[in-house]
Design a binder for this molecule. Structure first.
Ligand SMILES: [Zn+2]
Ligand SMILES: [Zn+2]
Length: 242
């Protein structure tokens, strides 16, 4: 990292306004995620002053979370109230102390870790990411309490490691909701699998996911920039791997 990074106090944190990536404890010349120049960075404190996290109800127990006003290409996070445990799947880029309590932050993949380190401290939350994604340089400065491997289930939340877009990519199912983040570009025409990552693995992961979904009775898909009807979504998703 010599020459590219200026190491500062571990208390310093910057947010890229182009993509929403949080740089924890370093101040690079360019954003490690999107390549934007430093002029596009603000401190996380400034970010908290300019942005709040807007809560948009999806259903009784699921809420979509996005920074407001919108913060670059930040991907939506979702709060899931699963009885005795409150999960957040993925994490907003801005840190808003007005957010309701979160017990566990669990990621689909490492691309949008948001301000998860700040929420972890604020809520004393437990943070999870698949081990394979934790090895990526974008995880620099973030703390994970659990690096899971494979699939698991807890408090009605099921996690399915499907690989593909990233080596550790994990889809989640809660009740009749599927959480799929950016595995598929659904709002952009034509609908396509995420092209960033191994095309072969992404296609195989999609096939594996379709096999898992056959056993489920779902009605809502929660993606990175959309919430939509599962029935319409699955038809288009299957078309991608025919
Ligand atoms: Zn960026
Ligand atoms: Zn991604």
């Amino acid at each position: 990292m010599d020459g590219l990074f200026t190491t500062l106090s571990t208390l310093d944190q910057y947010v890229c306004l182009v993509c929403g990536y949080n740089m924890v404890g370093f101040f690079p010349t360019r954003c490690p995620f999107c390549g934007a120049e430093r002029i596009n960075f603000i401190t996380s404190e400034e970010c908290s002053e300019k942005f709040e996290v807007k809560e948009i109800p999806v259903s009784t127990n699921v809420t979509r979370l996005n920074s407001s006003p919108s913060l670059g290409i930040e991907h939506a996070a979702y709060r899931i109230e699963a009885g005795d445990c409150v999960f957040m799947v993925d994490c907003p880029s801005s840190f808003d102390t007005g957010l309701k309590n979160i017990d566990i932050i669990t990621f689909t993949h490492h691309h949008f870790l948001g301000a998860s380190n700040l929420y972890r401290d604020h809520f004393d939350a437990y943070v999870r990411l698949h081990k394979k994604d934790s090895e990526n340089p974008l995880c620099l400065g973030f703390t994970f309490d659990n690096l899971f491997q494979g699939s698991f289930a807890e408090s009605d939340l099921e996690a399915f490691h499907i690989n593909g877009h990233t080596p550790g990519f994990t889809a989640y199912i809660f009740q009749d909701h599927l959480f799929i983040c950016d595995y598929v570009f659904y709002k952009i025409k034509p609908v396509s699998l995420n092209p960033y990552g191994s095309a072969v693995s992404t296609r195989q992961g999609a096939k594996d996911l379709i096999g898992i979904l056959e056993e489920k009775d779902l009605s809502i898909v929660c993606g990175y920039n959309y919430v939509c009807d599962y029935g319409e979504w699955i038809v288009k998703f299957k078309d991608l791997v025919q």
